[in-house]
Design a protein around this ligand. Structure first.
Ligand SMILES: [Zn+2]
Length: 339
């Protein structure tokens, strides 16, 4: 019996990764190259073809049944069009799914990378067995995806669940999107690092500056110092946990997931933040929402790959037939994503 697998592509702004993934979410072959993000779509699509050949050569006995691609938004998952990702130069309304179907001779599904990661955690990771899940990544920014009743929530033009840009306060630094008070602007790893830098200075002898070798302090340094029971780092992480708790409370009220899964660089401090996150949720959420577990993601950097693979491996309504709408322009979407 031949093993069936999907070819999964994770098209990142810095790294392009490919894998063969079987129906158990197991990675059978893997390869990655730096994305030639400035070289335009033709070159990058050539990179995808080459990488597909590389992973297939690693496991030649595998039957590849289709291709799942996770790519940065904005994109139209139904039409399979990359609308204009800010991290990839020259990608305006590229019908990526159609192009790859022609070049690779296989059915192709395209999904927003955060949605693909949510799908991966839901199908194979920390959300396994849940009917509904909210996945939040907290790193440089805040992103995520929502699975409701077993399906990715797409919304109009695939733009649903822009978690990082929900307004949760009216203070603080301006967000990359241009406004004040976004969840991302106040609770991302970048925001945590910014507060840590403001509270310390180079060569002040603090644990944080010692860990950063007197350079910029990052969110990761705060987590590291809090593990050493440094008072300042513990206080900074508590503040971070309160903001996360506020944002998570909104997500519980909006989507009523069975589980809220946290990934990204700051998730490795989730155990330290859990008491304050839970206290904040208990304080702010209505009673019926308070017992939803907040757990750490399990798949790490592979969440997006296995999620993209599951788009073609499982007929769960997430792979509704693509609608052949010709390449079109979405000027208003691009304006919204100027960050
Ligand atoms: Zn914003």
């Amino acid at each position: 019996m031949t093993t069936e697998a999907a070819l999964a592509i994770d098209l990142g702004g810095t790294e392009l990764r490919a894998a063969l993934v079987d129906r158990d979410g197991k990675i059978l072959a893997f390869s990655a190259v730096p994305t030639q993000a400035q070289a335009g779509p033709d070159v990058v699509i050539g990179q995808i073809e080459a990488l597909a050949a590389t992973v297939h050569a690693e496991a030649p006995a595998i039957t590849v049944v289709g291709v799942g691609v996770g790519a940065p938004g904005p994109l139209d998952p139904l039409a399979g069009i990359a609308v204009g990702p800010p991290t990839l130069a020259g990608w305006q309304d590229v019908p990526l799914a159609d192009i790859l179907e022609r070049r690779l001779g296989l059915p192709v599904r395209l999904e927003n990378d955060a949605n693909a990661a949510a799908l991966g955690e839901w199908r194979f990771g920390a959300g396994h067995g849940a009917r509904s899940l909210v996945f939040v990544t907290v790193s440089t920014g805040i992103g995520g995806g929502v699975v409701v009743d077993g399906r990715i929530l797409h919304g109009r033009r695939g733009l649903a669940a822009e978690i990082g840009h929900m307004t949760i306060t009216n203070e603080g630094e301006r967000c990359v999107c241009g406004v004040v008070g976004c969840f991302e602007a106040i609770a991302s790893g970048t925001a945590l690092g910014r507060r840590a830098n403001a509270a310390t200075s180079a060569f002040d002898g603090s644990t944080l500056r010692r860990l950063s070798a007197n350079a910029e302090v990052t969110g990761r340094h705060v987590v590291e110092a809090a593990r050493l029971e440094d008072d300042l780092a513990v206080a900074l992480l508590e503040e971070e946990a309160r903001w996360l708790g506020v944002g998570f409370t909104n997500l519980l009220h909006l989507y009523s997931p069975d589980v809220l899964v946290v990934g990204g660089g700051i998730a490795n401090g989730l155990d330290l933040m859990a008491p304050v996150i839970e206290a904040t949720i208990r304080q702010r959420a209505m009673r019926a929402y308070r017992d939803v577990p907040v757990v750490e993601a399990q798949l790490g950097r592979h969440a997006g790959l296995v999620g993209a693979a599951s788009l073609v491996l499982f007929d769960d309504g997430n792979l509704a037939a693509r609608m052949p709408v010709g390449p079109s322009t979405y000027p208003d979407i691009r304006r919204d994503f100027k960050g």
